[in-house]
Design a protein around this ligand. Structure first.
Ligand code: ADP
Ligand code: MG
Length: 207
């Protein structure tokens, strides 16, 4: 269980997060919906350890989250800058699990690439695939490292309807029984399709 308490984050011109608290049970899939600029990405980046909060605490099973990335228990799909351009799709997917043995890594890539229909793109570089394919590779990379909490920053936006439905369904199946997730989105339809519990943010607050 992850518990986020009293997070405050100020930028010079705006208080992006104003005392945000929430808890996520094991296996729970939560959406955070809200208008552009309300603080969704800032919150995910703080949970991921990419930026520091001014104050507040985040714990996993009552222990403070580790600052060491692979011990933090969190993986993330970013809103943009999805993949490393100097690595193939396969290398991107395996980026977060260098410590796993060869057999496990091969199996992970194969299963995730098959689930997302990108099995024939594994040797390509990010500039040789489409935006929708890059999103699927980014999702596969976040799932490959098998962390307890998956952070999704609008990973389903700008996709064709059929593809979107398919990717949401696959991602839900891949999470079920394995990890919890926070989906940040401004789309109610995406939230309803992926998540069981729904939170709303406005100007740095969870309503
Ligand atoms: P959302 O993801 O909900 O669109 P963000 O978390 O990206 O919102 O941004 C929340 C607020 O913080 C916005 O007002 C945004 O302009 C501001 N902000 C985000 N990042 C920075 C930054 N690095 N420097 C200054 N202001 C920022
Ligand atoms: Mg954002």
């Amino acid at each position: 269980m992850f518990e986020i308490k009293g997070i405050i984050k100020e930028y010079p011109s705006v208080r992006a997060l104003d005392n945000v608290s929430l808890s996520i049970d094991d296996g729970e899939l939560i959406s955070i919906q809200g208008e552009s600029g309300c603080g969704k990405s800032t919150l995910l980046q703080i949970i991921a350890g990419i930026i520091m909060a001014d104050s507040g605490t985040i714990t996993k099973n009552n222990e403070p989250l580790s600052c060491i990335p692979h011990k933090r228990g969190v993986s993330m799909v970013f809103q943009d800058s999805l993949l490393f351009n100097n690595m193939t799709v396969s290398e991107n997917i395996l980026f977060g699990c260098p410590h796993k043995d060869r057999e496990h890594r091969d199996k992970t890539v194969r299963e995730l690439a098959d689930a997302y229909g990108i099995g024939d793109l594994l040797k390509r570089y990010p500039y040789q695939i489409s935006g929708g394919q890059a999103r699927r590779a980014a999702l596969a990379r976040a799932l490959a490292c098998e962390r307890e909490l998956l952070l999704l920053d609008e990973p389903f936006s700008n996709l064709d309807k059929d593809l979107k439905e398919n990717i949401i369904k696959r991602t839900r199946e891949l999470c079920e029984g394995k990890c919890s997730a926070i989906l940040v989105t401004h789309s109610e339809a995406e939230a309803l399709a992926f998540c069981d519990r729904h939170l709303y943010m406005e100007e740095g607050h969870i309503l």
